[in-house]
Design a protein around this ligand. Structure first.
Ligand code: PNS
Length: 160
């Protein structure tokens, strides 16, 4: 039996912390779908299409990994539609756990889908999409925190 995992997120934009989790998920599962979803709790900087485009560029060459845009609806329904065995999320800290745990339990309550948590690499413990946007927005250098292709796009969005 082949096992497929979904790595969901808003990826606004993708960071090197996300890339690390996707790469490690791909060593544990036969296939990984990176699912790009809008999060109503967060106002987006990058249009959904551009997040997907950047992610596709970044995962190019990663065996068994693909990127899909999820228009709306519940993550669990999407997981069912692609036959996912699990959701994979990275945890940087106890704060992440507190944020992720209710979602993991709710998703399991809804359809039984399990969430697998991977400990974030300490190199990226301080890296989040929102902090990267804030730092870059104030002129700080975020080189090495996001994939190279993201950097010019980030600066262009922040300039507008
Ligand atoms: O990267 P984020 O913003 O932390 O990702 C959160 C996301 C998009 C994975 C979460 O908001 C989600 O699953 N949204 C889809 C709608 C849904 O299923 N909501 C109920 C979650 S229990």
């Amino acid at each position: 039996m082949r096992h497929l995992a979904v790595c969901p997120g808003s990826f606004d934009p993708v960071t090197n912390g996300h890339v690390d989790i996707v790469r490690r998920a791909a060593t544990l599962f036969d296939q990984v779908v990176v699912a790009v979803l809008g999060n109503p709790a967060k106002s987006g900087l990058f249009p959904l299409d551009e997040r997907v485009e950047l992610l596709r560029h970044v995962v190019d060459g990663m065996d068994g990994v693909r990127v899909e845009s999820v228009g709306g609806g519940l993550l669990v329904d999407y997981c069912r539609s692609v036959g996912a065995s699990a959701i994979v999320k990275g945890l940087r800290s106890g704060n992440d756990y507190a944020y992720e745990l209710p979602m993991a339990l709710m998703n399991r309550h809804l359809t039984g889908v399990e969430t697998v948590f991977l400990p974030g690499d300490p190199r990226f413990e301080h890296v989040s999409s929102s902090l990267v946007k804030e730092v870059a927005g104030h002129g700080g250098d975020v080189t090495g925190l996001v994939p190279d292709a993201v950097l010019p796009r980030l600066l262009a969005h922040l300039a507008h």
